[in-house]
Ligand binder design. Structure first.
Ligand code: FMN
Length: 307
């Protein structure tokens, strides 16, 4: 019996920021199984080893503790839905998730940042979990950012969520989107600005922005956060994301502006003018950065536009 309050202990463990993985295997009769896990740890380079901790509460615990082969798939930033699918009880998890099988028949999640196919070396009992130790037989990995997990919530390495003040009343979110080599800007009474929406609830910020843009006839796939700043003292926060996408209709207040024309435009605010001028330069050099701060003070974090 633990002498600690289990909730408090769980919260304390949850202070350790992790990535998110889906651990997969295949039962002797060929059925694909998998569960979401953040207990992944790389263990050894030579021989290449890793571990993950399946809980005894898993419906597939027996299968995982006996399996001869398994795989660990490190989820990418945009795979939160997959994490939820593999953490929810009672559904055919693989029906809705694109995957392939490795030469052992173990499922590998498509789009994962990395996948490690392992031979099981040991499975040690460890309280209400087990420690499943595997030797990496094959692996693959790509560029991009991973999905993060901290204190029971997902976060993206774009830093955008942590930069947002949860007490903010309104979050203005917009996209910097080029279609056919021209940047899409909205013309307002105050001047040009990227297409944007105001959100009262920013707990599902990225999805709300995608939905908001769809209502304006623009279908977008969001990339990394590009500029996150608070606006004066009025508790408005602004977050602009790089995006790719297409327009389903052509709203009349939207204009496609050539890159070289971005510097001379009349913008809705000095902060937007600075952001768009920075974008113009960074688009030329391919050297992108995320601005975090306020309208008058902040700093930039370089990132590679890999995906
Ligand atoms: C972010 C996250 C991390 C998790 N990490 C683990 C873990 O390391 N080990 C584990 O056994 N369960 C972990 N879980 C819970 C399992 O994914 C979940 O209980 C499981 O999918 C339920 O599967 P079942 O319906 O087959 O029992 C985690 C869940 C989430 C959302």
């Amino acid at each position: 019996m633990t002498k600690f309050d289990p909730r408090a202990l769980r919260d304390a463990f949850g202070s350790f920021m992790t990535g998110v993985t889906v651990v997969t295997a295949c039962t002797p009769d060929g059925m694909a199984i998998g569960f979401t896990a953040n207990s992944f740890t790389s263990v050894s380079l030579d021989p290449p080893m890793l571990l993950v901790c399946p809980g005894k509460f898993l419906s597939t615990f027996e299968a995982f503790s006996c399996c001869q082969h398994f795989a660990v798939n490190i989820l990418a930033e945009d795979q939160q839905d997959i994490s939820n699918t593999f953490a929810r009880r009672g559904e055919d998890r693989f029906a809705s998730v694109a995957h392939t099988r490795n030469h052992r028949g173990v499922p590998l999640i498509e789009g994962a940042l990395a996948s490690f196919s392992c031979i099981r070396r040991q499975c040690l009992p460890a309280g209400d979990h087990a420690i499943l130790l595997g030797e990496v037989e094959e692996f693959q990995h790509g560029d991009g950012r991973g999905l993060g997990y901290f204190r029971g919530h997902y976060f993206s390495l774009g830093l955008e969520r942590s930069a947002l003040d949860p007490g903010a009343k309104v979050v203005t979110c917009g996209v910097i989107l080029e279609i056919g080599g021209r940047v899409l800007l909205e013309k307002t009474d105050k001047g040009f600005r990227p297409p944007q929406v105001n959100l009262k609830d920013h707990s599902l910020l990225r999805q709300s922005l995608i939905d908001g843009m769809a209502r304006h006839g623009i279908s977008v796939k969001l990339g990394p956060a590009y500029s996150v700043f608070d606006h004066g003292g009025n508790r408005t926060h602004c977050a602009y994301f790089l995006a790719t996408g297409s327009m389903n209709a052509a709203p009349e207040n939207l204009h496609g502006i050539g890159l070289q024309e971005l510097a001379g435009l009349d913008y809705a605010s000095p902060a937007i003018a600075q952001m768009m001028t920075r974008y113009m330069h960074e688009q030329r050099t391919g050297d992108f950065s995320l601005y975090l701060g306020s309208t008058d003070r902040g700093d930039v974090h370089k990132f590679a536009l890999g995906d």
